[in-house]
Design a binder for this molecule. Structure first.
Ligand code: G1P
Length: 308
């Protein structure tokens, strides 16, 4: 039997045929050292799942069929995470641990549905996405940054694919969220053009990566979810280094926006930047509070600490 795990259901919400998602996972995770010295930051755990599993699940919910991980050295454990663990399967089966077997089965990608390629040097997000060009090929695709989680049902990527389907035309989309004015210099920022009739989208009038303080065109930051047309790869190929001396995805998007439309999607949900210490702790509380079996105990513990 080839497929001993259940096949992942195909979803019908995706007529724009955004079938592939790229996960750039080569980053060094310097904001949370020493946790990420020997372990990839994408394996940091929120409650009982690594970050990478949350974004994989989000993409799967959105109808993505092929998952492309752009990894780097020291990231092998991500590949192991999406493989089967025969010792574990056999031992759990022998012990009759049905619930645990079910958890593993749910997390298991179908054989052939994941690809791994390496970004050999840290040249930036744009370069990481470019590394996936041959695996993605000539079709629209999603980019999902794993250190950002968005807590919502439906997930952020589902909302974006729904938005892409509403547009029904060849276009690019970025998820955006307001940030306080004094933080705009840490993000890619979008200028707001004409609003779409749906109310939740607007045409992006301009984009800038990490604008110097006081120069941002708005306070709408680009979050870690994109839907891009494959023409971005040609632009990335010759993209010059931008902010921070890195090949920036935003700069390539600015170039693509000269010939194609870009929309900003104001998604529903709470964004958590798990690549920062405070964000990581907050996400553990937020996701923990969603779990019926943990909620009451967590509230009691937090009350204790708040009383101190
Ligand atoms: C990247 C993008 C930036 C975006 C951010 C979201 O920046 O380049 O446009 O706003 O992710 O987290 P990084 O966090 O890699 O510096």
């Amino acid at each position: 039997v080839i497929a001993s795990f259940p096949r992942i259901p195909r979803y019908s919400i995706n007529p724009m045929k955004i079938r592939k998602a790229v996960f750039p996972v080569a980053g060094l995770g310097t904001r949370v050292l020493p946790a990420t010295k020997a372990m990839p930051k994408e394996m940091l755990t929120i409650v009982d799942k690594p970050l990478i599993q949350y974004v994989y699940d989000e993409a799967r919910e959105a109808g993505i069929e092929h998952f492309v991980f752009v990894t780097g050295r020291n990231k092998n454990v991500i590949e192991d995470h999406f493989d089967r663990m025969f010792e574990l399967d056999t031992t759990l089966a022998a012990r009759g641990k049905k619930a645990e077997i079910e958890v593993l089965a749910q997390n298991q990608p179908e054989a052939g549905a994941v690809s791994f390629t390496r970004q050999q040097a840290p040249h930036g997000l744009g370069h990481a996405v470019w590394c996936a060009r041959d695996i993605v090929g000539n079709e629209p695709f999603a980019v999902v940054l794993p250190d950002e989680l968005v807590l919502n049902t439906p997930g952020c990527l589902t909302q974006m694919i729904q938005a892409a389907n509403q547009l029904g035309e060849k276009s690019n989309l970025v998820a955006v969220e307001p940030v306080p004015d004094h933080l705009t210099h840490q993000y890619g920022i979008c200028g707001v053009g004409q609003r779409h009739a749906s109310g939740k989208m607007f045409e992006v009038s301009t984009m800038v990566e990490k604008p110097p303080k006081g120069t941002a065109p708005s306070n709408l930051s680009i979050t870690g979810r994109y839907i891009l047309q494959p023409e971005i790869f040609k632009i990335l190929e010759t993209q010059e280094r931008g902010a921070g001396g890195e090949i920036q995805l935003t700069d390539a998007m600015i170039a693509l926006a000269r010939t194609q439309k870009f929309y900003g999607v104001e998604f529903e949900g709470e964004r958590h930047d798990c690549g920062s210490k405070a964000g990581f702790l907050r996400a553990n509380i937020a996701y923990g509070m969603q779990r019926a079996e943990l909620r009451d105990g967590l509230i009691a513990e937090m009350k204790k600490y708040l009383g101190k």
